[in-house]
Design a protein around this ligand. Structure first.
Ligand SMILES: Nc1nc2c(ncn2[C@@H]2O[C@H](COP(=O)(O)OP(=O)(O)O)[C@@H](O)[C@H]2O)c(=O)[nH]1
Ligand SMILES: [Mg+2]
Length: 246
C-alpha cells in the first residue's frame, strides 16, 4: 500500500473519504463539487484499488492542486468497498479529522448535502443521508420495479439486523471521530455493500445517537456500477450471521 499526501498548515476538520475503482471520469468532478461547498477545514482521503482506468494517477495529480489535506491510498488490487473504507477511515483519524464523511465517487450522493450532514453532527454521533426519511427519494428515472427491489431489499436488511435507521445500506454518512473510535473500525468484516449495514448495526449496538437527513439518490451518469450477485449473497449471509452472533 502506497500513500501520497500533501504537506500544509491547514488543520483538517472534515475528512471526506471516497473509495474508488475505475472512477476516472467522476472523481475530478466530485472533488471540485465538494470543494465548492465552503466547508471549513475540508480534506480528502481517496482509497484506490489499482484502478485499470488510471483513477489512482488522477487522484495523485489532485494532491498537488488541492490546497488542504489530500491523502491518496493506493492498494494493489480490488479488495472491496468495505476494506477500502476501513483503510480510509483509519487514515482520516490518523490525520486528526474531527468529522468523517463517507461517500461514493459516482455523484450518486449530492455534495450539497454534506453541509446538512455536518450540521446534524453538532448534536448527533452519526448522520445518515437517507432515501427513506421524509424529503428523501431515489432518481425519478427509476422504474417501478427497480424502486420495489431497492425498497424491499432495504426492508429485508433492516429486519435481519433489527435496524432502526430507515436507509440500512446508505453509503453516504457523517461520523464524529469518537463514533468511529468507539465502534472499532478494525472489527468490521463485510467487504461489499453489506459493509454499510454492518456499520449501521455497530453504531446502533454501541448506543450512538443516529439521525437521518434526507437526500435524493441519483443514478451514476458515467462509469459503471461494481455491484455484483456475489456482493448481494455476501450481504445476506454475513448480515444474518452478524445478527446471530451479535
Ligand atoms: N477502493 C475500492 N472502491 C470500490 C470498490 N468497489 C466499489 N468501489 C467504489 O465504491 C463506490 C460505490 O460503488 P458503486 O459501483 O457505485 O456501487 P453502487 O452504487 O452500489 O452501484 C464507488 O465510488 C466505487 O468506485 C473496491 O473494491 N475498492
Ligand atoms: Mg454507485
Amino acid at each position: 500500500m502506497a500513500t501520497g499526501s500533501n504537506e500544509n498548515d491547514n488543520p483538517l476538520k472534515v475528512a471526506v473519504v471516497v473509495p474508488t475503482y475505475n472512477e476516472a471520469e467522476t472523481l475530478p468532478v466530485l472533488i471540485a463539487k465538494v470543494a465548492e461547498q465552503n466547508i471549513d477545514g475540508l480534506g480528502f482521503v481517496i482509497v484506490d484499488d489499482g484502478s485499470p482506468d488510471g483513477t489512482g494517477d488522477i487522484a495523485d495529480r489532485l494532491v498537488d492542486d488541492y490546497p488542504g489535506v489530500f491523502i491518496v491510498i493506493h492498494r494493489e488490487a480490488k479488495q472491496g468497498l468495505g476494506t477500502a473504507y476501513m483503510a480510509g477511515f483509519q487514515a482520516a483519524l490518523d490525520a486528526g479529522a474531527e468529522c468523517i464523511v463517507e461517500m461514493d465517487a459516482d455523484l450518486s450522493h449530492p455534495p450539497e448535502v454534506i453541509s446538512g450532514l455536518l450540521g446534524e453532527l453538532a448534536h448527533a454521533d452519526v448522520a445518515v443521508a437517507s432515501r427513506y426519511t421524509p424529503g428523501g427519494g431515489v432518481d425519478p428515472s427509476w422504474s417501478w420495479g427497480r424502486r420495489q427491489i431497492s425498497y424491499w431489499g432495504n426492508v429485508g436488511i433492516r429486519l435481519i439486523l433489527g435496524l432502526k435507521v430507515t436507509d440500512a445500506t446508505a453509503g453516504f454518512k457523517g461520523f464524529r471521530r469518537n463514533t468511529l473510535e468507539s465502534i472499532g473500525i478494525k472489527r468490521l468484516r463485510l467487504t461489499g455493500f453489506g459493509f454499510q449495514a454492518e456499520v449501521a448495526y455497530r453504531c446502533q449496538k454501541a448506543g450512538m445517537n443516529v439521525v437521518e437527513h434526507p437526500y435524493v439518490f441519483m443514478d451514476r451518469t458515467r462509469g459503471s456500477s461494481k455491484m455484483s450477485f456475489g456482493i448481494i449473497v455476501e450481504a445476506f449471509f454475513h448480515l444474518s450471521w452478524l445478527r446471530i452472533r451479535g
